[in-house]
Every structure is written in structure tokens, then in C-alpha cells.
Design a protein around this ligand. Structure first.
Ligand SMILES: Cc1ncc(COP(=O)(O)O)c(C=O)c1O
Length: 393
């Protein structure tokens, strides 16, 4: 097979690595899978009727720019949530989930440098692996910014070297962050945007956990932008807030010029969202009741899990999202032990992070637990962790 240097540089995806790690382990009992952030709760029951309402539209190609109805619903939601005034025509672009948009944005924003230093794409470390793959496939150098306990689990924006900023084309910044669940405040977003404007790169704010909060609603980059969206795009989706990861509806919002370029590229090759699903998505964006119920469920599980952990493994309460990020000493070893003794699958933090030259990552000591199951199942897994993994290891 033809070898391709960029593809060779792509790490295996985290869940493939987990499958290899556990391939030879024979669990002594069946247990739940907390490795993937795949919601197990249901979206509102009326979603099916809304899809069926317009099922006749499955016959037609969907518009690549999204339906005006969906763009308007997203604008209504964003404008209400963040107190902004986005233009539904120019400043909002529906996408088939944020994953494809995050990937495509590197393609849109990175121009290969014919000479001189390679273009850089900044990202937190640990990270959502798509940022890394997108940067590599766009021909850029992925630059990891430490986001560990020492930096408050978000990158230290004032520690980025000037020479790196000078060649940066794009900065992926996730808040509330996956895996640690840290929210950014307005000052943090403002500083990140200031850097983007000063150094002429685009800040891509990944806010897909924005509605799964456990204290108050986190502010977003749009709210911190003072009504001017140049050099800022925000991505978000219905996957987490509406238990609708399979619907594949999300959006990119912000800088109109970036969105126009993204749409131009999307017309060539990106997935479009079937019309009946766009119509159904309007209902989800317009309804906050189901989101509040979903959020309450996650908060209940986070708090119950933390009570059982009782401070073990450095457990802390995330501001948002549905993950616990636990310091177990050796994440891979703990994941194998937990699977063997209790059949519980969790993700070693190492698989969500970039390694340094010595092969070390800021995730090596950690496990990520996705609290996506019901309360009883979640607590079974947490109890197994307490029983089988030694906090002193
Ligand atoms: C940080 C982060 N960004 C983006 C996504 C992609 O979500 P979707 O494509 O469903 O919108 C995920 C999904 O797990 C995620 O964790």
C-alpha cells in the first residue's frame, strides 16, 4: 500500500488504542463502558414526530448552507444564550456535527508555507484528538499547550512563545474542556481573542459541552467578543445538550469571512444534513426544558460519583461536561485492572494527549470516566474503581 507521510503521522484513534490495550484481558464479570462520551439518555420523544413530519424531504439534496429555518433557530438560540446579535445569513453555518467542522476548519485556514517555518495549529494538551488529526492532515505543525493541574486545566495563554504565535494559523480551544471539564471565563476568552487578532490567526472555540454545566452557565467566546466576531469561530452541536449525537447537527458561528470560505469548501466535499433532520433540529434548539432535564441528570451523577470517590484520585468537580478526570498514577494499568476485575471500560488519559520527545504525556497518570449511563450503572463503575484500583499506586 502507498505510504503517506501525513497519514503515517496520524495516531490511532483513542478507542482503537483502548481496544488493543484490552484485547488480551478476559474480564471476570460483565461491566459498563464508560470510555466513550456517547450519551445513553434519550432525546425528547417528540423528536421522532418532527422527523416524520417532513420525511418526504429525504428525497431531495439538502442545501449545503443549511435551511434558512435552521440558521434562524441557531441564531435565536445563540443570541438568547449569549446576548449577541448574530446574522443568521452570514454568521451561522449548520454542519453535520462539530467533528467534521473542526476537521475541515484546519483545511480551510492553513495555507502551506512555501518557505520558512511551518504553519502552527495550537491546541490544549490533553485534547480532543480531532484537532491533532486536522492539523496534521492540513500540513501544519500541531503545537500542544499544556493544560494540566499546574495551569488550572486550561492552557496558560501568556506562556505561548512569540515565535509560535507568529506562525499560528488556528487555535483550537475547548471550554468547558474535554477531558477536564474546565470552563473559561470572559477574561480568558477575551485574552485568547486578543492574541488571535494581534497575530492574525483564527480562534476556534469548541463549546460542545457548554450546556452540560454544574454550577452556572459558562460564558462563551461569542459573549466575550464585544459584538465583533473577526478571527473568532465557535462550534457547538446538539449531540451533548440534547442527547442527539446520532442526529449529526451542529454549527459554526462567528467570523463571516471564515464562514464564507468554509461554505465554499463544504460545497465540494462535506456532508450535508438531511432536511428532515434540520427541521427536527429546529425543535431542539427552540426548547430548553429537555436540556435542563438532561443537565440535571448529569449533575446528579457527577455529584454522586464524587461523593463515592470521597477525594480519592484527586477527584474534582468539573464546571461542565460529563467526564471525571482522575489521577490514578498509571492510567493504562488502571484501565486494564478495572476491565479485568469488573468488566468496566474507561479511557486512559494518555490516549487523549500528545506525547513529548520522551514519549510522556500529561494524561499518563489519568483515567477519563464518561458519566453517560444511568445513576446506578455509573455508581457500579465508580465503586469498582474504588475497590480495585489503589489510589497510592
Ligand atoms: C471536545 C469535543 N469536541 C467535539 C466533539 C464532536 O461532537 P459532535 O461532532 O457530535 O458535535 C466531541 C465529541 O465527543 C468532543 O468531545
Amino acid at each position: 500500500m502507498m505510504s503517506h507521510s501525513r497519514i503515517a503521522r496520524l495516531e490511532e484513534f483513542a478507542f482503537q488504542r483502548l481496544a488493543r490495550l484490552l484485547a488480551d484481558v478476559r474480564p471476570t464479570a460483565p461491566g459498563p463502558d464508560l470510555s466513550i462520551g456517547d450519551p445513553k439518555g434519550d432525546p425528547p420523544a417528540w423528536l421522532i414526530d418532527r422527523i416524520a413530519d417532513t420525511a418526504a424531504d429525504f428525497k431531495s439534496y439538502p442545501p449545503p448552507a443549511g435551511t434558512p429555518e435552521l440558521r434562524a433557530a441557531i441564531a435565536r438560540w445563540l443570541n438568547g444564550r449569549y446576548g449577541v446579535t448574530l446574522d443568521a445569513e452570514r454568521e451561522i453555518l449548520p454542519v453535520a456535527g462539530t467533528k467534521e467542522a473542526l476537521y475541515l476548519l484546519a483545511n480551510v485556514l492553513v495555507e502551506a508555507a512555501p518557505a520558512g517555518p511551518p504553519p502552527a495549529v495550537l491546541m490544549p494538551n490533553p485534547l480532543y484528538q480531532v484537532y491533532l488529526g486536522a492539523a496534521v492532515m492540513a500540513g501544519a505543525e500541531p503545537v500542544p499547550l499544556p493544560a494540566d493541574a499546574a495551569t488550572g486545566f486550561l492552557p496558560d495563554l501568556d506562556a505561548i512563545p512569540a515565535a509560535t504565535l507568529a506562525r499560528t494559523r488556528l487555535f483550537y480551544l475547548c471550554a468547558p474542556s474535554n477531558p477536564q471539564g474546565r470552563a473559561a471565563d470572559a477574561a480568558y476568552w477575551r485574552r485568547a481573542l486578543e492574541l488571535a487578532r494581534a497575530h492574525d490567526f483564527v480562534l476556534v472555540a469548541d463549546e460542545c459541552y457548554s450546556e452540560i454545566w454544574h454550577g452556572g452557565p459558562p460564558t462563551g467566546a461569542l459573549a466575550a467578543a464585544d459584538g465583533r466576531f473577526e478571527r473568532l469561530v465557535v462550534v457547538n452541536s446538539l449531540s451533548k445538550r440534547s442527547n442527539a449525537a446520532g442526529l449529526r447537527v451542529g454549527f459554526v458561528a462567528g467570523d463571516a469571512a471564515v464562514l464564507a470560505d468554509t461554505l465554499k469548501v463544504r460545497r465540494y466535499g462535506a456532508a450535508t444534513i438531511p432536511r428532515p433532520l434540520q427541521h427536527a433540529a429546529v425543535g431542539l434548539f427552540d426548547d430548553e426544558d429537555h436540556v435542563a432535564a438532561i443537565r440535571r441528570g448529569y449533575t446528579e451523577r457527577v455529584d454522586a460519583a464524587l461523593a463515592r470517590l470521597d477525594g480519592r484520585f484527586g477527584a474534582f468537580r468539573p464546571d461542565g461536561g460529563f467526564f471525571l478526570w482522575l489521577d490514578v498514577g498509571d492510567g493504562e494499568r488502571a484501565a486494564r485492572t478495572l476491565f479485568e476485575r469488573a468488566g468496566v471500560k474507561v479511557l486512559p488519559g494518555r490516549y487523549l494527549a500528545m506525547a513529548d520527545a520522551a514519549g510522556r504525556t500529561p494524561g499518563d497518570r489519568y483515567l477519563r470516566l464518561a458519566l453517560v449511563h444511568d445513576l446506578a450503572t455509573t455508581l457500579t463503575a465508580v465503586d469498582a474503581l474504588v475497590r480495585h484500583v489503589d489510589p497510592a499506586a
